[in-house]
Design a protein around this ligand. Structure first.
Ligand code: ZN
Length: 189
């Protein structure tokens, strides 16, 4: 397998302690195996600071194309390659949000329509939109898209609302969605 041309930053975000969580074990293993080949940077977040994730994203925002990988996304090299190789500048991989962790009545995709200023609609699993306005967890965001959102002078955003507080500010954003191969979300319960 060859590494495609991607000059941006591949960032793996995790809260300190997740190294020891069973549900994050596989992700750390994959990161370890691909780290050197892809230059993946792991960013350890302070679990006592609800704004640590925001600060870390803000620190790199607009400096380059980025890929964001969260701690409980059980991806494989082919998932990463799908995003890196895709001709679209902003892409996300779809994965399932489970009711036990979201208090939703049913499983939904991590993909949403975005009705500014404060309402989103998650896509149900029967829907498979080719593009969405809001997605996080395993995403590629171009420098160009980031440059349209001023995070430097923004107020702090809680980690739960990181997507809404960043790309959620762009009502016209079209994120290309990937479904294949299926991506496992280890945060099920
Ligand atoms: Zn794509």
């Amino acid at each position: 397998m060859t590494v495609p041309q991607f000059s941006g930053l591949i960032l793996h975000f995790y809260v300190d302690g997740a190294q020891n969580w069973e549900r994050c074990r596989k992700t750390f293993e994959v990161i370890e195996s691909l780290k050197e080949k892809y230059g993946i940077v792991s960013v350890c977040l302070d679990p006592t600071d609800d704004y640590a994730y925001w600060k870390a994203v803000q620190a790199v925002w607009g400096s380059d194309d980025i890929v964001v990988i969260e701690q409980d996304i059980v991806f494989k090299e082919k998932h990463l390659l799908e995003l890196l190789k895709c001709k679209h500048k902003d892409c996300a991989f779809a994965f399932v949000l489970y009711p036990a962790t979201t208090q939703l009545a049913a499983p939904y995709w991590n993909l949403a329509e975005n009705y500014l200023p404060d309402r989103i609609r998650l896509y149900s699993l029967e829907e498979k939109p080719k593009f969405c306005q809001l997605a996080w967890g395993f995403v590629k965001l171009s420098k160009e898209t980031q440059s349209r959102i001023d995070l430097a002078s923004s107020d702090l955003v809680h980690w739960k609302f990181l997507d809404i507080g960043t790309i959620g500010r762009l009502p016209d954003l079209k994120i290309h969605v990937h479904y294949d191969p299926e991506l496992e979300h280890a945060h099920k319960e």
